[in-house]
Design a protein around this ligand. Structure first.
Ligand code: ADP
Ligand code: ASP
Ligand code: MG
Length: 449
């Protein structure tokens, strides 16, 4: 089949939450009509959270939680459509939520069950957005991505399988594009080899967009969100943050991996594999040019700051004074086997410290195993991390001296420092309560000179 160039246009939770946002979606799709767009959508803002909460609330409260999710969809549908369409949409939403409610009432929330439970968010939003496009004269079809994105069975944090996904995307999406139909694909969701629903991790719709971009050989992947693009730091936290117009794949990946929520950490990889530019844009400010993420390196030195407000710090002490041969290998094997990804590592003669993202699932079992041959200390809720990011940063002259001096001047203790071997990241573990102050201080000192 001949290649069909197209673009992927992904809208996040806020971008599908209001009438204003949905009308902007319609305008954006119209603007890109000739580029054969494939739309990817998240659940309406707050809905994923509300679905996850079903697993934690008392059984008696499940109906009222379900009613609240229904009300969110009803309010948007009512704002957008005439009565007849509203009742069609509510029929769909009710059928979906009836399944969700029945599942929630049964209890026993395994990871695979959580993925089914949470999947209704994107299923309902994609139905509504596809309707909205049709209501404005754009031929459109809802596509549920469990039919396309093949994944492993690592529920809640699944990884996609490139070959199968590419085959499915070409089989299902390409014919729609050829007919001039705009597919509206659910973000976040995939399908395990045995057919069960998986999800790609919180914020995973960005990743869905790049997976589809890679699979279809798109010429651009657009991530439409609620800020003007990628900033030098989270603009909601660092008041002097500035927009970045161009950034390299490596820098954007590093920002995402070290806490910049604007992109899901794995978004860039599929784009890199096929050299597809990624553009981050604002649904609520169509005039803003956004940020272009591409292979191009854009100068060296500090480009941006990312941070995590809480990281888990694990200290592993060897029983003998010096680590025995194979100790580190054994330790990392345990983390890997429990699907725990490590951000930073620092090794001293008697201990190894690692920081983990707070979302890691199977930490307790891993710690138990580590405890059979070492002493382990786990600190949760105490530490955060600031990362200074930019190509060539670690070799910048005097950077470490200046950074340490600043932290010392502001009386922010440094618990751990790590300079990545790839010369793009310097990360500092500090008390969680100091993260916001430190991010603003580092930004003002080094980025607002
Ligand atoms: P969406 O629902 O569109 O996926 P997200 O909330 O996941 O949106 O991501 C957008 C948010 O990311 C912004 O509102 C902003 O607060 C946050 N963010 C964190 N770091 C950055 C950054 N460096 N640049 C821009 N936004 C950032
Ligand atoms: N709805 C999912 C979440 O909230 C995926 C996404 O929004 O990207 O995590
Ligand atoms: Mg997001």
């Amino acid at each position: 089949m001949a290649h069909v160039p197209n673009i992927i246009i992904k809208f996040g939770g806020t971008s599908v939450a209001t009438k204003e946002a949905v009308l902007a979606i319609v305008a954006i799709v119209k603007r890109h009509r000739t580029s054969r767009p494939v739309v990817v959508v998240s659940a309406i803002r707050g809905v994923t959270e509300a679905l996850l909460a079903l697993a934690k609330c008392p059984k008696a409260q499940i109906p009222s939680h379900i009613s609240a999710i229904r009300a969110t969809h009803e309010a948007l549908a009512t704002a957008l459509f005439p009565a007849e369409t509203v009742s069609d949409i509510l029929g769909y939403v009710d059928a979906q939520l009836a399944k969700t409610e029945a599942l929630a009432r049964k209890g026993r929330f395994s990871p695979e069950k959580m993925d089914v439970l949470v999947s209704s968010g994107e299923i309902m939003s994609s139905y509504m957005i596809s309707h909205a496009l049709r209501a404005h004269g754009i031929d459109s079809a809802q596509v549920i991505s469990t039919e396309i994105v093949a994944t492993d069975d690592n529920f809640i944090q699944a990884e996609f399988l490139p070959k199968e996904t590419e085959k499915n995307a070409r089989k299902i999406i390409v014919p729609l594009i050829r007919k001039g139909i705009v597919p509206v694909v659910t973000g976040f969701l995939g399908c395990a080899p045995d057919g069960r629903t998986t999800t790609l991790g919180r914020g995973g719709s960005d990743y869905s967009a790049s997976i589809l971009g890679r699979s279809l050989g798109a010429k651009e992947i657009q991530i439409w969100t609620d800020v003007d693009g990628i900033f030098t730091a989270d603009p909601r936290v660092v008041k002097n943050a500035r927009i970045i117009s161009d950034i390299s794949y490596r820098e954007a990946s590093e920002m995402a991996a070290f806490g910049a929520k604007v992109l899901h950490p794995r978004t860039i990889r599929p784009a890199v594999e096929r050299n597809i530019p990624v553009r981050v844009l604002n649904t609520f400010n169509l005039k803003a040019p956004g940020t272009l993420v591409s292979p191009r390196s854009t100068g060296t030195g500090l480009k941006a700051i990312a941070f995590k407000k809480d990281v888990v710090l694990v200290n592993v002490y060897s029983d003998s004074m010096l680590f025995s041969r194979g100790f580190l290998a054994r330790m990392f094997e345990i983390f890997a086997r429990h699907q725990i990804s490590i951000d930073l590592v620092s090794v001293s003669e008697v201990s190894v410290s690692v920081t983990l993202d707070n979302s890691n699932g199977h930490l307790e079992t891993a710690v138990k195993e580590l405890g059979t041959f070492s002493k382990v200390g786990v600190h949760k809720d105490s530490f955060g991390m600031i990362s200074l990011i930019g190509e060539g940063i670690a070799s910048a002259q005097d950077i470490m001296r200046d950074v340490s001096a600043r932290f010392s001047k502001h009386r922010i203790p440094l618990r751990m420092i790590s300079m990545g071997a790839s010369d793009i990241n310097i990360s500092l573990v500090i008390p969680a309560t100091d993260v916001v102050r430190a991010a603003n201080m580092v930004h003002d000192t080094f980025l607002n000179k």
